[in-house]
Design a protein around this ligand. Structure first.
Ligand SMILES: [Zn+2]
Length: 328
């Protein structure tokens, strides 16, 4: 396995001009209050997409005002930012993002004068899961960001490491509430550790270790729990598989006693449906948590527990295996 290196920063003439402008604004700002806070007295945080927003909310609670660049229900890969959003990134006190997932966000962050920039991949470096082979268009990320599979948040242990780096970042950005940020981080890490243990126990004795998914988002989850992910698509959910790739997937499904083809919530299930029909298999949801449709009902923890239950059903967890705790 190869650890992804940070991508080279591209700087255009426009970028330099913007940087100069922002630098002069930053100088003006330095003349004012020494606190890194917005006008409402809260730390003004920009999060790139749902998993980063969840960390910022859980750790910042009442001390932060969080803006998510990716609206609920929107697929975050290849997000385009509006001019207003770019301005928001420029003005943020703190940014929480995942370098390599959203090239336009990476660019805006590079040009932002925010004092605190928490890159999730610094806490949990990307790994190349070699998903590109045989999947046409699966290499869509290659020329846009650092090499490697960006879906690190789907391994609760890695997500906990990212949570800690967000806690450290907020404590530095807003020292007067550092103690609260540490306490909130500890609480969240405890919940993520419990979730990790539920996955460990729940997937230990399943009949088959192989699962088939439309979008190759679960490489880290598979690695962490000793499973094998067979992806119809590459890391880009909108890419189309080649007939050769489809034949490979069908063979892997047959050889490994696969019962279910997983699809995700934010992208059309058509492809998974077609493959499942051809093989006479079921379909079920495995949610990559790239966005949560209704944040008032679901969060990272509840969706992950649903994923665990769906994996257990598809992989054949023996009777008596601990099932996910009821979500409250
Ligand atoms: Zn994805």
């Amino acid at each position: 396995m190869m650890i992804g290196l940070p991508g080279r920063r591209t700087r255009t003439t426009i970028a330099l001009t913007t940087t100069a402008l922002v630098a002069s604004l930053a100088l003006t700002a330095c003349g004012g209050s020494s606190s890194a806070k917005g006008t409402d007295g809260k730390l003004n945080v920009v999060a790139s997409f749902y998993p980063m927003e969840f960390l910022a909310q859980q750790i910042g609670k009442d001390h932060v005002s969080v803006t998510d660049l990716t609206a609920p229900g929107v697929e975050p890969h290849d997000l385009e930012l509006t001019a207003k959003q770019v301005a928001g990134v420029q003005k943020a006190d703190a940014i929480v993002y995942l370098k390599g997932l959203q090239p336009t966000v990476d660019q805006a962050v590079d040009q932002s004068s925010a004092k605190t920039k928490v890159d999730a991949t610094a806490a949990s470096p990307l790994v190349d899961h070699h998903l590109d082979e045989g999947s046409e268009g699966g290499d869509a990320h290659k020329d846009k960001g650092p090499a490697g599979d960006p879906h690190i948040w789907l391994d609760p242990a890695r997500y906990a490491a990212i949570a800690k780096s967000v806690g450290d970042g907020f404590a530095k950005a807003d020292p007067s509430h550092a103690e609260d940020y540490r306490k909130n981080t500890d609480e969240l890490v405890t919940k993520l550790t419990a979730l990790d243990q539920e996955f460990q126990a729940g997937l230990k004795d399943v009949k088959t270790k192989t699962f088939v998914t439309s979008h190759a988002a679960f490489g880290y989850l598979a690695d962490h729990y000793g499973l094998t992910q067979v992806a119809i698509n590459g890391v880009d959910p909108e890419s189309e598989p080649t007939p050769a790739r489809l034949a490979e997937v069908q063979k892997a499904a047959k050889d490994n006693g696969v019962t279910t083809i997983f699809f995700e919530t934010l992208v059309s299930p058509k492809l998974a449906d077609t493959v499942a029909k051809d093989l006479g298999l079921k379909t079920a949801v495995l949610d990559p948590l790239e966005g949560v449709k209704d944040p008032s009902k679901d969060d990272y923890l509840s969706v992950m527990r649903q994923n665990l239950a769906n994996l257990q059903a598809a992989l054949g967890a023996p009777a008596g295996t601990p099932s996910p705790a009821a979500t409250s």
